[in-house]
Write a protein that binds this ligand. Structure first.
Ligand code: GLN
Ligand code: ZN
Length: 767
């Protein structure tokens, strides 16, 4: 029996890599300094795994930006617009790599970045490969070779990790018509052949080929592409042992294909998908083959301590059928998606810590599961006893279980999910009550979080300024924002969200059942990391969370100020969620807390309340067959949060992505009175889906892009509004930017909103 992990976080325990890369970008250091820091992180990661006792240690899981972009450089699939950079003597390969990730704007160049999208259903984003009709491949980057040599020189039992040629193609996008990217396979295989031959010459034995698409529903040609890939590799390299690594869902839909694939090891994720996966594989043709089954038992995507009793039962089942030699123990996926080290946390209490496990701790878990299943020492057995105790204590903890919260959740009724009247009736009531002009103007919630605002928060957190001082500063800022909004002539105002660090953290910090880490960073894209809260227990709102700020802002003006909340699905989606009850249950608990806040806002006289749900779409399961189930509970949770108010109260929601095609019915089912969406970059074309569906409620299609400091011209905005009118009736149109303005600066924000209001005025005059 062997142990391995599929990958390890590369950002460093204190985000050393992030800082080093940003210094390089900012020209505060040079490439040599950056490479040194990178090599040190790799070394520490490898040594950490070696010391933990991991048998096969991943190499090439390191990346300066993204492992898919690394692969693009490995196979030389550099899009045309960067080719000139490759010949520029002043730019290194690394500079070209960063240009592909982030675009390049200098005196000589103005090149856009490659597209970025979510890595399956994680919050990690990869750089999408671009393919053209006459796409050729050639080995360009030596990264995997160099890192392999580096690891071997350090005495590491290195297992190179490569994204499979098939999955690489499937991750990419055809940039012109008239060809199928899967037809590019042959050329790609030749490059892999060259690279793998080099690795074999250097002494590699096991090579991990990541084939995540095997956990998805596949079309025939996709299946065939995967099959051809593995046949090719195993035929070309009969002496190498290939590990086919799948993750993020079960592989049952492709089991027949999998059993036909050659290869030495199959890795499966046992933390997700169908719980019968292991049994079904063990009962299948797999048992008659000689392949090893690598059991992904230790969760690479969540932070809970492994339940050894459960895992060992699974290992034993596999051992019974396959024999000890054909069973390995592993992390479910790369550990990239969890924070680095629990030991760094000084503020989490011991009880909570005893329930958790970050990447470093997960290494020990993988190794312990192996030794406990083979030749346990006395210390191992003791560790097992401690594990049982921790798991048991967590199950029974009074901090987790609150009877009244569970009770309330279990008594949610259908009537709690609906407003009193249907939208058509509400619209009449709200029009009369609110008396808003045609094309009401508003913003999405946040105003610029200036360096001053951030510094106040930092000082307040460190205790350098008192609560009172902090509040006075924020009050002043809020007051100025209200004055500005009145002056520029917006119809529905916001308080500006100056008191919030982050739209999830702000709520989590005030809710029971949440914990926060100091260093629990996880890479989201490039050097951007997020620190998701941990939802460990039943969620409860003890006190109002936003009431004071909203009521304060409303007291400053005669116009309406929108209450501003984050929705239950988004709070769930951007947190580490407890694994001891269905996600749906946790989501409902959050929804009830938000519902109470909504009702309190209404009682305090707030007439318009926005519940942001930018993360609904990213919660979609990997397999379409499960979409309906997810969308039903997610939409219901939103409705639960929104439906405690009277018909007069107007509920808004906001989403910022541009793919509504396959979820438009669910969006309509949410039944928000108004939805604001990102729209300007698609030139309103995204409204097509809403029009086709006859979406009945009001819509605020974003009329300018907030991701850049550029101020639009009045004519541009007028044109966009006129375009929107082709899709939606004018009585249903709101005018707003694409998203919140917290990342912008005040000067451009003021100008852009002036333009927006002027454009609206022009449109109104034409009516
Ligand atoms: N209300 C939030 C803001 O304006 C919404 C942010 C978001 O959609 N991601 O910042
Ligand atoms: Zn947004």
């Amino acid at each position: 029996m062997k142990s391995h992990v599929l990958g390890y976080p590369r950002v460093g325990a204190k985000r050393e890599l992030k800082k080093a890369i940003e210094n390089y970008w900012g020209k505060n250091s040079n490439q040599e300094a950056l490479e040194l820091i990178a090599a040190e992180i790799r070394k520490q990661n490898w040594k950490k795994q070696q010391n933990a006792g991991i048998d096969f240690i991943p190499v090439n899981d390191f990346s300066f930006y993204d492992q898919v972009l690394d692969t693009t450089l490995l196979v030389g699939a550099v899009p045309e617009r960067y080719q000139a950079l490759l010949n520029n003597q002043n730019l290194s390969e690394l500079d070209v790599y960063f240009a592909m990730a982030r675009g390049l704007q200098t005196e000589d160049y103005d090149i856009t970045a490659m597209e970025m999208t979510k890595w399956f259903d994680t919050n990690y984003h990869y750089i999408v490969p671009e393919f053209v009709k006459n796409q050729t491949f050639k080995n360009l980057s030596k990264k995997v070779i160099n890192e392999y040599k580096e690891a071997v020189a350090l005495g590491i039992n290195a297992k190179p990790v490569l994204i499979s040629p098939a999955s690489y193609l499937l991750l990419g996008k055809e940039k012109e018509a008239g060809f199928d990217k899967l037809d590019l396979l042959d050329g790609l295989l030749e490059v892999y052949k060259q690279v793998i031959a080099e690795l074999e010459n250097l002494g590699a034995t096991y090579i991990q080929i990541d084939e995540p698409f095997l956990a998805l529903n596949l079309k025939d040609k996709e299946q065939f592409t995967i099959q051809k890939t593995h046949q090719f590799l195993n035929k070309e390299f009969p002496n190498l042992k290939f590990i086919t690594a799948t993750y993020f869902d079960d592989v049952l839909d492709n089991l027949e294909l999998i059993n036909q694939l050659p290869g030495a090891v199959l890795h499966i994720d046992l933390t997700r998908g169908d719980e019968t996966q292991l049994l079904k594989i063990l009962q299948s043709e797999f048992k008659n083959q000689s392949k090893v089954l690598s059991l992904g038992l230790v969760d690479g995507r969540n932070i809970w301590k492994n339940d050894f009793t459960k895992s060992i039962a699974q290992i034993n089942k596999a051992k019974e059928v396959l024999g000890t030699d054909r069973v390995w123990v592993a992390s479910s996926s790369s550990l990239l998606h969890v924070p680095v080290d629990l030991e760094s946390e000084e503020k989490l209490d011991d009880e909570l810590k005893s329930w958790l496990s970050f990447a470093a701790q997960k290494l020990d878990e993988v190794v312990l599961l192996k030794t406990l299943s083979t030749h346990p020492t006395h210390a191992d057995l003791l560790a097992f006893e401690n594990n049982k105790k921790d798991i048991q204590e967590r199950r029974a903890s009074g901090r987790i279980h609150k009877f009244h919260v569970k009770n309330r959740e279990s008594f949610i009724e259908d009537k709690d999910l609906h407003r009193n009247s249907a939208f058509a009736t509400r619209k009449i009531i709200q029009t009369k009550a609110l008396q808003l002009p045609l094309y009401p103007t508003t913003t999405i919630g946040s105003f610029p979080q200036t360096p001053e605002v951030r510094s106040w928060r930092a000082k307040h957190k460190k205790g350098l300024i008192s609560n009172q001082e902090y509040n006075t500063l924020l009050e002043q800022e809020t007051k100025e924002s209200i004055e500005f909004q009145e002056q520029v002539g917006l119809d529905v105002l916001v308080h500006g969200e100056f008191e919030r660090n982050d739209m999830v953290e702000y709520f989590g910090e005030q809710l029971e059942g949440f914990a926060f880490t100091q260093f629990g960073w996880v890479q989201s894209y490039g050097t951007r990391c997020v620190k998701p809260p941990i939802i460990f227990g039943d969620v409860e709102r003890l006190n109002p969370m936003t009431l004071e700020w909203t009521v304060f802002a409303q007291s400053l003006t005669n116009k309406y100020v929108k209450g501003m909340l984050t929705g239950p699905v988004t709070i769930l989606q951007w947190s580490f969620v407890r694994d001891d009850q269905p996600r749906k249950t946790t989501c409902n608990q959050i929804a009830l807390a938000i519902r109470d806040e909504v009702v309190d806002l209404e009682k305090a006289g707030i007439k318009i309340i926005q519940i942001d749900e930018p993360a609904i779409r990213e919660g979609l399961p990997l397999k379409q067959a499960q979409w309906n189930d997810y969308l039903t509970w997610a939409v219901n949770a939103f409705k639960l949060s929104a439906s405690g108010v009277n018909d007069e109260t107007q509920i808004h929601t906001h989403m910022c992505y541009s793919e509504f095609n396959d979820i438009i019915k669910a969006i309509a089912d949410m039944d928000a009175d108004v939805i604001t969406i990102e729209c300007s970059r698609s030139q309103m074309e995204l409204l097509d889906v809403f029009a086709e569906f006859n979406y009945p409620n009001e819509i605020g299609p974003g009329v300018y892009d907030i991701h850049s400091p550029r101020v639009p011209s009045t004519q541009e905005v007028v044109d966009l509004i006129e375009k929107a009118e082709k899709y939606i009736p004018k009585e249903n149109i709101w005018i707003n930017p694409d998203c919140g303005l917290k990342t912008r600066k005040w000067p451009e924000t003021k100008k852009a909103l002036e333009v927006m209001v002027n454009a609206t005025q022009q449109i109104r005059e034409k009516v």
